[in-house]
Structures are given as C-alpha cells and as structure tokens.
Ligand binder design. Sequence first.
Ligand SMILES: Cc1cc2nc3c(=O)[nH]c(=O)nc-3n(C[C@H](O)[C@H](O)[C@H](O)COP(=O)(O)OP(=O)(O)OC[C@H]3O[C@@H](n4cnc5c(N)ncnc54)[C@H](O)[C@@H]3O)c2cc1C
Length: 509
Amino acid sequence: MLEDRPYQVVWFKRDLRLADHRPLVEATALGPVVPLYVLEPALWRQPDASQRHWRFVRESLLELDGALRRRGSALWVARGEITTVLERLLARLGRFSLHSHQETGNAWSFARDRAVADWARERGVDWREHPQQAVIRGRLDRDRWDAHWRAFMSEPIPEPPSRIRSPLPERPAEALLPVEWLEPLEPDEHRFCQPGGRRRAEGVLAGFIDRRGRRYHREMSSPNTAYRACSRLSPHLAWGTLSIREVVLATREARARDRGGGRDRALGAFESRLHWHCHFIQKLESEPRIETRNLQRACDGLRDGAAGTERLWAWQAGRTGFPFVDACMRALRYTGWINFRMRSMLMAFASYHLWLDWREPGLHLARCFTDYEPGIHWPQVQMQSGTTGINAMRIYNPVKQSLEQDPHGRFIRRWVPELRRVPDSWIHAPGAMTPRQQAHGGVRIGVDYPPPLVDHEAAAREAREKLRAVRRDGGARDEARAIHRRHGSRRRRPRRSDRAESRQGRLFE
Ligand SMILES: Cc1cc2nc3c(=O)[nH]c(=O)nc-3n(C[C@H](O)[C@H](O)[C@H](O)COP(=O)(O)OP(=O)(O)OC[C@H]3O[C@@H](n4cnc5c(N)ncnc54)[C@H](O)[C@@H]3O)c2cc1C
C-alpha cells in the first residue's frame, strides 16, 4: 500500500478523457488511484463491434495514457472478463473501491454491468457509478425530464486532478494491440475515418464553434455540405473523448458571446440536437429491448428476415441501382460517417423499399459508424423503420432526395465512379437510360452498374399499405397508445430549423 487509505480503481469505458470526469476526481480525493481499461474479448466479438470502433478507441486510450502519465500515473490495460480482472486486482491490492460512469450500452454491456454489480456486492466492493449524460436510471418521470436535462447541463465541470497517485510502478503485460477477433476491413476501408483522442476532440469542437458551424442549420441536410457543416463531434461523444456537458457549455458560451450575431440560429439548432442526444439514449435506458425487438409488437413477423439475402448484400455494398443511396452507403463505408438525413434514408430504404427486417441492416450501420452509440442508434433504426408505433412513417423517395440534395450529381460521381460520365439528366436514375444513352454515358447498366433492385414507387406504396394495415388494427392502436405514454415526452416546441427539416422529411413520404 502507498498509504493507509484504500485503493481506488477508476474503470474507463466510454469516457476516454480526464476532463469532466467525476469518477476520477472523486477517486483521486479518496486515495491512490488505479486507472483501468479492460479490453473485453466478448464485447469486441459482438455483432455491432468493428475495427473502426477499436481504431478510434485505441487512439484515444494511447492519448489518455499520455495524459495520465503527465499527472504521475499510467493507464492500466488488462485483457479478459471484467470480473476476472477485478478479482485479480483484489488479490493484488487488497480492498478497493470501484468508480465509473454509468453506461447505456448494448444488451451485452448491460448484462456485463449487472455481473459487475453482483460481483461487487459479493466481495463487499463499493462500486460508485456517476451519470455522464442527462439520462435517468430507474423510475422515469417524463414530465420532469426536460428540467433534469437543464439541471444536468448546468452543473459545473470539475477540473481534472493535477496529480494522480498510483500504487504500482510497473505496467501490466497486456498491450494495446489490434483486436484480432474483429473482422479486418479492406486495407483502404477506414482510411478516411475520423481519428480518436482528446486533442482531436478539442480541435473538432473549436473548429465547429468558431468557423465551420456558421451555416450548420442550412447545410446539414446535403452530404455535399454536411461533412464540413455538421459538428462531426459524434465519435468523440460516443467514446467519451468529450462529454456532452462540455459541448453544451461551449455552445452556450459561444451563443452568449455572439448575441445578435449571425451564428445564433445555427448554434441554436445545434444545441437542440445535443438535447436529442440524451433524449434518445433515455429511450434505450428505459426500454433496452429496443435493440432487438420491435417496439410495437404488432409489427412482429411483418418483414422478411434479412440475413444472407441478396437485397441485404446489395444494400450493404452500395449496389442497389439507386445512385444516391449507393453513394451514401459507399461514402459511409469509407469515412465512417454520413449526415442524419442520409442515415434516415439508408435505413428507411432497407426497411421500406427492400422490406428487410431492421436488425441486420441496423447492425451493418452500427459497424460502419465510427460514432456508434447504441442509445441513439437503435431507437433511430426503429423510428426510421416504422416499428415504434408512435412516429410518422417516413418513406424517403430516393430519386427525389437525390434531386434535392445532390442536384448536379457531384456526390454521386465521387462515390460511384462508374457513373462519372453519365450526364446530369440521367445521373439520378441511370437505370432508365436506353442502350444508346448508356454508351454515351460510358456505363453498361447490368454490367458496370446494377439496374434498380426494386420499382421504388411500387415498393413504397406496398410498404405503406402493409404498415397502415397493422396500424389500423384495434390491438395495435391500444399498444401504440401505451408506447406513447412511455415514450412520448413533453419536449420543447421544435425550433424553426427543426420544423423545416421535418417538413422536408414529410415531403418525401
Ligand atoms: C438510423 C440512424 C442511426 C443513427 N445512429 C447514430 C449513432 O450510432 N450514433 C450517433 O451519435 N448518432 C446516430 N444517429 C443520429 C445522427 O445522425 C448523428 O448523431 C449525427 O449525424 C452525427 O453527426 P454530428 O456529430 O456531426 O451531428 P450534429 O448534427 O453536429 O449534432 C451534434 C450531436 O447531437 C446529437 N444528435 C444529432 N442528431 C441527432 C439525432 N437525430 N438523434 C439523437 N442525437 C442526435 C449527436 O450526439 C451529435 O453528435 C443516427 C441516426 C439515424 C437516422
């Protein structure tokens, strides 16, 4: 023992930072600290995990280790099941307290946290969990949720400790190696994905607030502009290199500085998304089955199983014959990111036009998104698939979206190079070109680029009817009312930019 006080183990999970880290601050005040990250094979073997997640996490861990070392400690990395690791630590350190942030993760991490709670109880270890989002654990009073969000975001941010006393000088043997259980990607495939680490997180936040975010509300919908105009903070929020409170406070400070200036609309629209962040995570926290089961059970068995089907493969590969859908999917595969509108369209296309059950497409997107956040992802996946029973059916017309968001086909030509010589007049629906037009456009439909997988108008009509038939059923209506009582929050009236976004969404139904 370093001193008489018991050891404090700080377990880092999706909170890979020192700033705004209450568990670390509290632990440091109580005694010598062991900062711990556990590389859990079973977690990384889950079907929603991918190499690009690990790449981001690894980069963030290396930086975290550096930041800890500058404060007199180092990051302890152990590999194995968490309870086995904790047991080993108990044998080595004697008694300790465990500190971490609460996690609203996937079903696996939920079960894992329950196992840790059981282990801690049996061993008499005090496990203190701190919320890192404005998410309420346990009984939820929806009417008070907004007030809770505001109070949480107004709490002062604790300073990171300047010095951390650590008990053991040597590092454990396990290193931060690539995770060999994960499917490798093609060498090129994540070349353009966002890199991890706190320094990058701070740079992305400052760059957005000071420069890039000025036209956020106007440029968030088209993928031609969204890569620059959106904050791109999502992977940093998902893996915790920034806290949501830090982002909210930075946004409020910028708005206060800019009173009457030109950025208030943009930053106001942005702040409302930060509210959605926690609002969605709350849904998974309160109803974890959203990850695997239809929220509205009346939708069970409605769609075809997707696994192994040609339609799923074509959608995943960006070869559906709808250039804008394919461009979005290919861009996502290479960059790990696409904007909200295009995520919605991709998901809705799989669920409505291709009539695939949402689980497999949802897993594919989860693996592609560097910013995979289960609490936002699964409620959004279900919302865009019409299985919540309470949200409007949004069936995006892929050709109309293409005309609206990429009128000159710039994005399409970048990501679907086989169409680069196709003239603007055909770029949105090249499947309708005659052989002569194809020769002129330098593409052979069916050889270089696939014909459309479905007649999109007929497929949308059929999907709408099938879902409406379910919704008309009396039992399903009762169920929808019950879901509404559980999930229909009293949110603020949407801002003008949000309303414009949703009005546009309705246009394309
Ligand atoms: C099918 C589908 C799956 C999605 N999966 C994820 C996911 O796994 N992880 C994820 O972070 N977001 C997800 N989103 C929400 C949204 O698309 C992304 O948060 C956003 O595109 C991230 O880019 P950004 O940080 O530049 O966003 P910005 O527009 O700059 O927004 C800032 C932050 O606000 C939050 N936010 C923005 N839009 C939403 C929204 N619609 N719902 C909830 N929170 C929001 C995010 O934390 C985001 O980082 C999903 C949306 C859909 C339709």
